[in-house]
Design a protein around this ligand. Structure first.
Ligand SMILES: Nc1ncnc2c1ncn2[C@@H]1O[C@H](COP(=O)(O)OP(=O)(O)OP(=O)(O)O)[C@@H](O)[C@H]1O
Ligand SMILES: [Mg+2]
Length: 240
């Protein structure tokens, strides 16, 4: 079952083709990893799917329903959650308050929203920090906050932009474990990730972008051997 279908999605900014005819699909329950050099169009693709940026043309279907052109709120309410590359927590609110803001989307009863937020905060292993202000959290903890807030809308599909970006090495394995744990709950995941070893470890399929174009799509073992991907992105990748 395809949960997401993207066809010929395109968006230019002035003369820059940020997304140029991107097509792919995602199976329900799988993890799609997105790779590509800086400026390849990865975050733009998330913005187009989630309605934060209007696409010039193309097709986006979520559970076979056309979501192209819908507002971010509508798309979120349908069950598409996302995290942002530039973290946007409410700095002067606590972790619990931040996650409750997400929980209110589905649950207007304050006590129930609070209980749900606490359950999710426990899931991301931050329960002892629940009354800390977002600004007091480390980058790794704020990444978990961001994931918790996205999970609070009960997404069927979760788009995560560089979960392991900007955190120190020792924090990375815990975040990778969290992504795996999340997959086990049944949520479908699309994750943008610069760390190629992580992508190869967790992805069922990989989409490689370069200068706005899709240059490869397939299982990690095929992507690793793809000449265009190696030339554009994996040049420095000798580990595998
Ligand atoms: N709102 C915007 N206005 C103008 N140009 C934009 C805008 N958003 C993105 N771009 C341009 O589109 C291209 C793709 O940017 P995008 O942020 O999608 O890349 P990315 O693959 O996420 O890169 P990174 O790995 O650095 O996060 C870049 O050239 C960028 O400058
Ligand atoms: Mg980006």
């Amino acid at each position: 079952m395809k949960i997401l279908l993207v066809e010929n999605l395109s968006r230019s900014f002035g003369g820059i083709k940020a997304n140029d005819d991107i097509s792919f699909s995602v199976d329900q329950g799988s993890i799609l990893g997105i790779i590509g050099p800086n400026g390849a169009g990865k975050s733009t693709l998330f913005d187009l799917i989630t309605g934060y940026t209007k696409a010039d043309r193309g097709k986006v279907e979520f559970f076979k329903k056309n979501i192209f052109g819908l507002s971010p709120d509508k798309i979120s309410n349908l069950g598409v959650g996302r995290t942002f590359q530039k973290l946007k927590p409410f700095a002067d609110q606590t972790l619990l308050e931040n996650v409750m803001i997400g929980a209110f989307v589905k649950e207007q009863n304050i006590k129930k929203a609070r209980d749900k937020a606490l359950e999710i905060i426990d899931f991301v292993d931050l329960i002892e920090k629940r009354h800390h202000f977002a600004k007091e959290l480390s980058t790794g903890q704020r990444k978990r906050l961001e994931m918790a807030r996205a999970m609070a809308i009960e997404p069927k599909l979760l788009l995560m932009d560089e979960v392991t970006g900007g955190v120190d090495q020792k924090t990375i394995p815990g975040l990778v474990e969290l992504i795996k744990k999340l997959k086990k709950t049944g949520v479908t995941i699309i994750t943008i990730e610069h760390n190629i070893n992580i992508i190869m470890e967790i992805s069922d399929n990989v989409l490689a972008l370069d200068q706005g174009r899709s240059i490869a799509f397939g299982p990690p073992k095929d992507i690793q051997k793809n000449k265009e991907v190696i030339d554009s992105y994996l040049g420095t990748f000798d580990a595998a």
